[in-house]
Design a protein around this ligand. Structure first.
Ligand code: MG
Length: 343
């Protein structure tokens, strides 16, 4: 529409390109072309620069975003670390509270006993053997350390705590695993046995044992031994004390067929309980133990436990026995309903 109108009304008024070329000098046209080319080049350059600037800005924005993400991740990590530290502190405080509260319970227990409230509570006594009647735990440590060092390993206290009170086979298996020994459990047991045969013959009774056992026998208190030790080791360990062990009419060892699972399972104590002729209730039995596994087993059997642990044993591994003593010499029979020592 515009084209025909333009041709009708304005075409003859506008100069043609030929007229322009005639009217304008050639030099001017040349300059005009050069100027136009320069303008186009300038515009192209400016556009290119703008695009580059935009790209740079985008890259900077991406970098800033990445930095922000990294900062956020670092902040999250720091927060997690702080939370972990706080959790640990809370755990430590809880442990401290538990320890304090636990000590109070022990003290309260002693006070209650002093008030004669729990007299006649217990009628039967079951003794653990290793580390409680006999000073064998020290020998076990020496033997284990000797075999471990032969293979360049160390038998630490932490490993010992996990093995105490357990039957020989399980103990050897665990020891091999925990110390990552390059031998199997049977080979380990065989090497231990050689040293056991030598050293167990020298085993001594621990302080306070004879006084307490003879006292209980004198007053006709039924007593028994419940030990995870096997029959062969038992003979070697007690070879110096055969007369003393005759005082125990019931001795249930780790390889007894009726004991399906060793400590910390309650089988050892429950089988022993079943051997008392007057069939007492479990709650009437007082167990003497030195190992955490033994305390857990006695409690699982529903019995009272007096623990005489190694002095290196941390409180958190004591598993809340009825009473903790540093030595059997400190035991007061009257605190548990038995006749007092004759002084
Ligand atoms: Mg023991």
């Amino acid at each position: 529409m515009v084209g025909p109108l333009y041709r009708i009304f304005f075409a003859d008024l506008m100069p043609t390109s030929k007229q322009l070329r005639q009217f304008l000098p050639t030099s001017f046209l040349l300059i005009l072309r050069v100027v136009m080319m320069m303008m186009m080049m300038t515009m192209t350059t400016m556009m290119t620069m703008m695009m580059m600037m935009m790209m740079m800005m985008m890259m900077m924005m991406m970098m800033m975003m990445m930095m922000m993400m990294m900062m956020m991740m670092m902040m999250m990590m720091m927060m997690m670390m702080m939370m972990r530290m706080m959790m640990r502190m809370m755990m430590m405080i809880l442990l401290l509270l538990k320890y304090t509260f636990y000590c109070k319970i022990i003290n309260m227990g002693a006070e209650v006993v002093d008030l004669n409230c729990s007299k006649a509570k217990y009628t039967h006594v079951i003794f653990d053997m290793d580390g409680l009647l006999l000073d064998t735990e020290r020998i076990y440590t020496d033997i284990m350390s000797q075999v471990a060092s032969k293979y360049g390993k160390t038998f630490t206290w932490d490993i010992k705590v996990q093995l105490m009170g357990q039957p020989g086979k399980i103990s050897s298996q665990k020891a091999v695993e925990l110390m990552e020994l390059p031998i199997n459990a049977d080979q380990f047991s065989a090497e231990l046995q050689v040293l056991k045969n030598e050293l167990f013959k020298t085993t001594n009774l621990l302080p306070g044992v004879e006084k307490l056992v003879y006292h209980l026998v004198k007053h006709h208190i039924p007593i028994a031994v419940a030990s995870g030790s096997n029959s062969k080791d038992f003979i070697t360990k007690t070879s110096k004390h055969t007369e003393f062990f005759k005082l125990f009419p019931i001795i249930i060892l780790g390889d007894n067929a009726e004991v399906k699972q060793g400590k910390p399972f309650p089988d050892q104590f429950l089988v022993t309980l079943s051997k008392f002729s007057d069939a007492p209730l479990a709650e009437k039995c007082l167990v003497f133990e030195d190992s955490p596994n033994g305390v857990v087993a006695a409690k699982a059997a529903g019995m009272g436990v007096v623990m005489v642990p190694d002095e290196r044993l941390n409180v958190e591994f004591q598993h809340n026995p009825t009473l903790v003593l540093t030595s059997l010499e400190d035991f007061k029979p009257e605190d548990f309903g038995f006749p007092p020592f004759d002084e």
